[in-house]
Each structure stands twice: as C-alpha cells, then as structure tokens.
Design a protein around this ligand. Structure first.
Ligand code: G3P
Ligand code: CA
Length: 335
C-alpha cells in the first residue's frame, strides 16, 4: 500500500482539533489509528452551489481536511468541475439563448452536454443549487472552476483533494480520454507521488488500473454494490470485489449502506477492507437526508466514526467536523 494522504493527514489536517484526554484516549478503529477525516463532497454544497470555489472555500473554513472535485472534460479537453456530463441541473445554461440549439438527446436524456462546449463557453455559465430544499439565493453568482483552480485553492490552504474522474468510458467514446490530461496535470504539480496530498477516485476499475500504471498517487475505488454482500446486482453498474481491487487501489469508497444495514448494524465491510490494507471512505453523509433506520445525522456519523471509517464524504462538513472533534474531546470516557 502506498504511503498516502490518509497517513499524512494526522499531522497536517487535524492540528486544530480538540486534544484527546491524555490518560484516557479514544482508540480510533481507522487503518492508521488517527481520527476520521472529513471530505467536503462537492464543497460545502449543503449551503452553497456545489463544485464552486466559494463552496470549497467555505468547507475549508469549516475544517474539512479534504475537498472533492468531480471532473468532466470540455470539448477542448479542459477539466472542469461538475458532477454530471449534462449541465441543466447544476448551471443556468437554460437561461442562455445563445446555446439553445446545442441541446440534444444522449441516451434517454435531452440536455446540454459539457463535452459539446469549449472551456470559454462553459465559463459564461453560473452555478445553481442542485438539491431540493437547500438555499437558492446564491444561484447565478459563481463560475464553474477548472480542476487546476481547485488544486490551486487546496495548495493555498494546505488541504488535500480527492478528485473523482467521472464516466471515463463515456468520454473516451467521444474521443476525449481523461487519462493523459490528468497525468499531465498531476506530474506538473508533483501530485503523482505516493505521498502527494491527493487520492484519485473513480467508479470504473479499468480506468484506475490504467492510472495505476502511470502514477504512484493513491487511488480510491468507488463502489455502489458489492458481490460479497448482495446477490442481486445491477449488471449495468461496474463492481469489483475487495480482494481484486487491492491489485490497483489503495482505498475503497463505498456507498454508505454497504457499511451499516437498514437496522443500523455493522455489515463487517470496514473490517474486511482494513484486513486487506484498504482505506475506507464512504459517501454521502447529509444533514438533510434521513437514513433507513431513522438515526439523526449525529448518530449516523458517530456510528460510522466508531466503526473506523478512515474518511467520510459529506455535503455538510461543519457537522461532520463538529461531531468528530467532539468524539476526540470526549476520549474513551465518552464511549
Ligand atoms: O465520490 C464519492 C461520491 O461522490 C460518489 O458519488 O455521485 O456523489 O459522485 P457521487
Ligand atoms: Ca464524487
């Protein structure tokens, strides 16, 4: 396993946390024994439009140790930060009459597609809140950042990043292979090494396996379902067993329901991954989305921290940091 950001972050990211009681330390069940880290999922997008410099900056101010940009490519090969290839949900593109004739059907979706636009054109759009019930007063204010702008922000604030390469096979099918541009950027910035403050995530094992041949930076295999846990898998969603991903990945990013069942019980996933040396980064913890067993967000976070999740993706980093730091301050006496 690579010497990763997950080991380094003990010193780098958690220095502002409350100190554990000296004679009564809480024993974290994480791979490296350090407190769970907080990953700002698309920035602090519970409060501000996702994937914007403003949402990432707020997350850093709230204490997130890691920020997460999702990466897609423009027609001229620039990585911009969006969750989807389509643009209608997260931008104001529908309000741009100059792009009206660019709308087209791909698969079963009629929309505007990021790889049909140059970077200069994408830059004229503004971000919008995506999820129902969240603040919309910041819609229309913030630009779509590039991957490199997010890396600049992370470097300036000494936080790590966990970029996710979105749908590489779909981009490759359009003639835009994300891999060479990703490797170029990482090498240029010295982020291709095993101890770089970065981990690259992807849902497609083939892409991570190719990337593993090119760089030494930590890689995180995202999984929505696991052969070991569920017999009735969706054949359209790629999956890979924990035993197999160790050949090319250093960590696993599971959907959180793979870790805790609908009764709130441990499935044993984290212990199995840790036994293989895989760091575990589940997604996505949301203050405004109840879980199956009715636990509130603080209960849900305390449960996943106690099981030893190495880092958590959350839309509300302030809450995840507060609950984590409370556990540090409580020490063993609080448990
Ligand atoms: O990358 C972790 C998590 O973000 C995966 O889900 O759909 O929010 O990118 P998604
Ligand atoms: Ca993601």
């Amino acid at each position: 396993m690579r010497y990763s950001i997950w080991a380094l972050a003990v010193a780098a990211g958690l220095s502002a946390c409350a100190e554990p009681a000296a004679n009564d330390p809480y024993v974290w069940q994480t791979l490296n024994g350090a407190p769970t880290q907080v990953i700002a999922h698309r920035g602090a997008n519970g409060e501000l439009p996702e994937h914007t410099i403003e949402a990432y900056t707020l997350a850093i101010e709230q204490g997130a140790e890691i920020i997460e940009p999702d990466l897609v490519l423009t027609s001229d090969g620039i990585f911009v930060v969006r969750h989807d290839r389509w643009l209608s949900d997260s931008t104001d593109i529908a309000d741009h009459p100059e792009f009206a004739d660019r709308r087209r059907v791909v698969g079963d979706r009629d929309d505007w597609w990021v790889d049909d636009f140059t970077f200069e054109e994408i830059r004229t759009l503004r971000a919008r809140q995506v999820r129902e019930g969240r603040p919309t007063e910041f819609d229309g204010l913030y630009m779509i950042p590039t991957f490199e702008e997010v890396l600049d922000l992370a470097a300036a604030h000494d936080v790590a990043t966990e970029p996710e390469v979105k749908s590489p096979a779909a981009f490759i099918a359009t003639g835009l292979d994300p891999l060479p541009e990703l490797v170029r950027i990482l090498r240029l910035r010295g982020l291709d090494t095993a101890d770089a403050p970065i981990a690259i995530q992807c849902f497609e094992p083939d892409f991570l396996a190719r990337l593993n041949e090119e760089i030494d930076a930590p890689l995180l295999m995202l999984v929505f379902q696991m052969q070991e846990l569920e017999p009735g898998l969706d054949p359209l969603i790629p999956t890979v067993a924990l035993d197999d991903m160790v050949a090319f990945a250093d960590g696993v990013g599971p959907y959180k329901a793979l870790l805790v069942d609908t009764n709130g019980e441990d499935t044993g996933f984290i212990a199995r991954a840790h036994a293989l040396g895989l760091s575990v980064h589940p997604w996505t913890f949301r203050d405004d989305q109840p879980v199956a067993d009715g636990a509130d967000i603080e209960t849900e976070l305390r449960r996943i921290y106690a099981l030893g999740a190495d880092a958590v993706f959350t839309d509300f980093p302030a809450t995840a940091v507060r609950v984590r730091d409370a556990m540090i301050a409580e020490g063993a006496s609080g448990h």
